[in-house]
Design a protein around this ligand. Structure first.
Ligand SMILES: [Zn+2]
Length: 465
C-alpha cells in the first residue's frame, strides 16, 4: 500500500502535521513502533482486515433517516495491540469523519480507498488494550462484489437490508473486516417510530423519544464482521422463547404473505442441535424482508436475513450456517466450501429427517450430471480460484456432495462424530480445510488424502475416490 490520502481536508493536513511534529519530538521513544499492515493478505480479498491488533468489542451507536438515507454513526472499538503500533488501519467505505480519537486523544487520520489510516498521538505498546472512537456521517454506499452481487447497506422502500459477505461491513461501520478477527457487538440504532431494527444477539432495550425509537441489540458471542446486520424497516416482530430458554426473534415484512415455513424454525434448530451439538448462540430468529433487488439470503449471526419469504430448504440452509460459518468460520475465503458445502448438505439431511428426499438421493441426482457439463463440475469446491467464483454453484453442490461421499465412505456413525466434533471443538473459532481433513482422518482411522483431493481440488467430475 502506498500512503496516498484522498479527499484530505485542511484539518486533516493540520492534524497530520501535528502528528509529524510529535513524531519528531518523540522519535527515540517511538523508534521501535511500526505501522500495522493495511490488509491480512487473504488470497481473494487481500486488503480486508488489517494487521497489528485484534478487536475485542464494537460499540455501534447509529441513527438512520430513511427519507434522506443519511446514517449518523459512532463506533467505539476496543482492541488489543499485537505489535508495538505506530499507526493502524480500519476498513471503512465513504462517510465524513468529524473526529477520531484513540484512548480519548484526538488522532490523525487519512483515507485511502477502503483504508482508514489512524495515527495516534502516542504509539500503542504490544499487548495494550486501546479504544478507538470514531464519529462518521453520510449516505452509506452499496458495495458491488466481483461476482456482481450487491451488499452493504442496501436501501429498501421502508428502510435498509444490511448484509456484509464478504466485504459489505465497511459500508456501514469502521471495522477490522476479516473473519479471523471475531468480536462481540453492541448495536444500537435510532429510527423513526414505526420502524423496527433487527440486529444480532438479544434485544437489550427499546426506547422511544420525540418520534424516534432506539433499538439496542447485544451479541455477546464472538462474531465475524461480515455477519453483523442492522436490517431495518416495517416488520411484524414475534418474540418467543424456544426450548431451553433460547429467545427467538422473527421479523417479517408485513407486505409479505407470512408463509408457514417460519413455523419450522424451532424444529430445524432442534434437529441440528441433535446431530451437530448444542446451538452455538444465545439467540435465534429470522429477518424476512422485501428486498428482491438483493436476491440472496445471508446467515447473519443469530438471525439469518432473507430478501423474500424463504422456502424450507433455504431456511434450513441459513440456520445450519449458525454452526458452520458463523460459529465455526473459515480463516481465509478460498475455504468457503466449509460454509456452503456444509449448509447445502444440511438442507439434504433436514429433508431426509422430514421423510422427504434423502441426502443420498440428492447426491445421486446431482452425480448424474454428465462430466461434459464442465460448468457444473468446475471449479473444484476447495479451490474456487477467485473472489468472483467464491459463490459458484460447485462450492454449494459439489461441496455438499463431498460430505455425502464422505458419509458413505466412513459410515454414518463416524461421519456424524466428525460433523459434531467439527462444530463443538471449533466453536467460535476459525478453521481451515486441512484441519477438517485431519479431523476426518483421525476419527475414521482412514487415509482420506486422496478422497479429499479428488472431491475438493481436482477439476472435473470425480470418478473414483
Ligand atoms: Zn450459504
Amino acid at each position: 500500500m502506498t500512503w496516498a490520502p484522498v479527499r484530505t481536508t485542511a484539518a486533516q493536513i493540520a492534524a497530520v502535521a501535528v502528528a509529524l511534529a510529535l513524531l519528531v519530538l518523540a522519535a527515540p521513544a517511538r523508534a521501535a513502533f511500526t505501522a500495522g499492515a493495511p490488509g491480512l493478505g487473504d488470497p481473494f480479498l487481500p486488503l480486508a482486515g488489517n494487521g497489528g491488533y485484534d478487536v475485542g468489542h464494537y460499540g455501534l451507536t447509529l441513527s438512520y433517516a430513511p427519507d434522506t438515507h443519511v446514517l449518523d454513526g459512532r463506533a467505539v472499538i476496543t482492541a488489543t495491540a499485537q505489535q508495538d503500533l505506530s499507526r493502524f488501519d480500519l476498513d471503512l467505505r465513504g462517510f465524513d469523519l468529524p473526529s477520531v480519537t484513540v484512548n480519548g486523544q484526538p488522532a490523525a487520520f487519512a483515507r485511502d480507498g477502503q483504508e482508514l489510516i489512524v495515527t495516534p498521538q502516542k504509539g500503542i505498546a504490544r499487548g495494550a488494550t486501546f479504544t478507538v472512537d470514531i464519529s462518521y456521517r453520510g449516505r452509506p454506499t452499496v458495495v458491488t462484489d466481483p461476482d456482481g452481487s450487491i451488499e452493504g447497506w442496501v436501501p429498501t422502500d421502508d428502510g435498509a437490508f444490511v448484509v456484509g459477505e464478504p466485504q459489505g461491513s465497511p459500508a456501514w461501520y469502521p471495522v477490522n473486516d476479516n473473519p479471523r478477527d471475531k468480536a462481540t457487538y453492541d448495536i444500537a440504532v435510532t429510527v423513526p417510530d414505526g420502524l423496527t431494527v433487527m440486529a444480532n444477539g438479544v434485544l437489550v432495550s427499546r426506547a422511544a423519544s420525540a418520534g424516534r425509537t432506539t433499538w439496542a441489540w447485544r451479541e455477546r458471542d464472538p462474531m465475524a464482521p461480515y455477519l453483523a446486520t442492522a436490517t431495518l424497516g416495517r416488520f411484524d416482530l414475534t418474540t418467543t422463547t424456544l426450548a431451553g430458554g433460547l429467545p427467538s426473534y422473527v421479523a417479517v415484512d408485513p407486505q409479505l404473505a407470512k408463509g408457514q415455513v417460519l413455523s419450522k424454525l424451532p424444529d430445524i434448530i432442534d434437529f441440528y442441535s441433535s446431530i451437530y451439538g448444542p446451538y452455538p448462540f444465545d439467540a435465534v430468529g429470522a429477518i424476512v424482508d422485501d428486498a428482491k433487488v438483493v436476491g440472496y439470503s445471508l446467515e447473519t449471526q443469530t438471525k439469518p436475513v432473507f430478501p423474500y419469504v424463504p422456502d424450507e430448504a433455504t431456511l434450513a440452509h441459513e440456520l445450519a450456517h449458525q454452526w458452520y460459518g458463523d460459529s465455526v468460520t473459515l480463516t481465509a475465503w478460498p475455504d468457503i466450501w466449509l460454509h456452503e458445502g456444509f449448509a447445502t448438505w444440511s438442507e439434504w439431511i433436514w429433508s431426509e429427517h422430514e421423510g422427504n428426499k434423502s441426502a443420498a438421493q440428492s447426491f445421486k441426482q446431482l452425480y448424474s450430471t454428465p462430466a461434459q457439463d464442465t460448468a457444473f463440475w468446475n471449479p473444484p469446491p476447495g479451490a474456487p480460484g477467485s473472489a468472483a467464483a467464491m459463490f459458484d454453484g460447485t462450492v454449494y453442490d459439489r461441496g455438499g456432495m463431498t460430505l455425502e461421499a464422505l458419509r458413505e465412505k466412513v459410515g454414518d456413525a463416524v461421519f456424524f462424530r466428525i460433523m459434531r466434533a467439527w462444530a463443538q471443538d471449533n466453536r467460535f473459532g476459525t478453521v481451515t480445510t486441512a484441519q477438517f481433513v485431519a479431523l476426518a482422518q483421525r476419527l475414521s482411522g482412514q487415509d482420506l488424502r486422496q478422497f479429499f483431493d479428488v472431491w475438493l481440488y481436482q477439476p472435473g467430475k470425480p470418478t473414483s475416490w
